[in-house]
Design a protein around this ligand. Structure first.
Ligand code: ASP
Length: 344
């Protein structure tokens, strides 16, 4: 298997000059934290970049996906890939890689740590070991996050805790699996296969994530569009509801769409999904031309919108792709992927 490093707490050291943590551990040091019995697993290494994931940008997502493609071309027989990454924006990067690397046939496992390796009770060694175990042995063909003994699908995952070992929760359905004496994988995971992988890193990073709050001035939308954005994910209330009376957003949404900007409504709730037809204040968004994020977290909807807009700016096609379940991001929509029909 291949171990790729990108920085984050798992690869951080204490820097006395700034009296805080910053990335700086070599991949060799990471490997030294693993038990000697692991020698039976052959590990090749790649240092992709070294940043605190708060500094990760959309081009970093592309760099990780391109590195995976390159390693696959050089060593197509690898059992799987582990990517160490900061926990702060891991769901964004791992979700992006989910869309950029499809039908890979084996696991791409993101992992990291809440506590750096030099601290004796760091979760880094265990998470790294678990990630290597999944990459090498699990019958899983998905990009996933392995953390605190759980295997998550990135597009259905949120960072819920900033300091506990269990940083992540899967939000409907439950995790893809758990690690114990065995690797237990639940029904909805995709098993290893031999399809030809699809690598497609095209994105349009002019996408904006806007949280709706009581009092939000609707004029903000035209400001965002005037800054050159092509897509906006708006986090609505509850099932995706928006203000329609004072400070109504409907006119601004209509105007945004008329200017060619895609508008997707997600939910501020962690659990449950967007259902714009439930309330009049949701249907108003639908009638104004907004799309529903359905099950997608706001993070997944934002990353997917960037990826979709990297392929087309035609709003009908954007809608078609946003409502297509490519990698399990909208499991309840129950439609076959249209990716191949769209030539993707
Ligand atoms: N700030 C760190 C990062 O995301 C936090 C971590 O890795 O846990 O890179």
């Amino acid at each position: 298997m291949c171990l790729m490093t990108t920085g984050g707490t798992i690869g951080s050291i204490y820097d006395p000059t700034v009296d805080s943590l910053r990335p700086g551990l070599s991949v060799e040091k990471l490997l030294q934290s693993l038990p000697p019995g692991l020698k039976s697993v052959r590990v090749v290494t790649r240092e992709i970049f070294e940043v605190d994931s708060a500094n990760a940008q959309p081009h970093h997502w592309q760099e990780i996906a391109s590195a995976i493609q390159q390693v696959h071309n050089e060593m197509p027989d690898l059992d799987g890939i582990v990517v160490t990454h900061g926990t702060d924006t891991m769901v964004y990067s791992a979700s992006a890689v989910s869309f950029m690397v499809r039908d890979f046939g084996k696991p791409v496992v993101f992992t990291g740590a809440q506590i750096p390796l030099h601290v004796p009770w760091s979760d880094g060694p265990r998470n790294l070991l678990d990630a290597i175990r999944v990459a090498a042995f699990a019958d899983l063909a998905e990009t996933c996050i392995v953390f605190n003994g759980e295997i998550h699908r990135p597009t259905r995952t949120k960072k819920m805790r900033s300091d506990a070992y269990d940083a992540y929760d899967s939000v409907d359905p439950s995790p893809l699996g758990v690690l114990g004496r065995d690797i237990v994988l639940f029904d909805w995971h995709r098993t290893r296969h031999n399809l030809v992988p699809k690598f497609d890193t095209r994105i349009d990073d002019r996408v904006f994530l806007l949280k709706i709050f009581p009092g939000l001035p609707p004029a903000i939308l035209s400001r965002i569009i005037n800054m050159g954005y092509h897509g906006i994910v708006m986090e609505g209330f509850g099932t995706g509801n928006i203000p329609t009376m004072e400070n109504s957003l409907t006119g601004a949404i209509q105007q945004a769409i008329a200017q060619g900007c895609a508008v997707v409504i997600s939910s501020q709730c962690v659990f449950g999904r967007t259902d714009l037809s439930l309330y009049a204040v949701g249907r108003a968004a639908l009638d104004a031309g907004a799309m529903s994020a359905y099950d997608m977290t706001s993070e997944a909807a934002l990353v997917k919108l960037a990826w979709v807009l990297g392929h087309t700016h035609d709003l009908d096609q954007v809608r078609e792709m946003m409502t297509t379940n490519f990698v399990g991001e909208i499991p309840h929509i129950g439609r076959e992927s249209l990716g191949s029909e769209l030539g993707l």
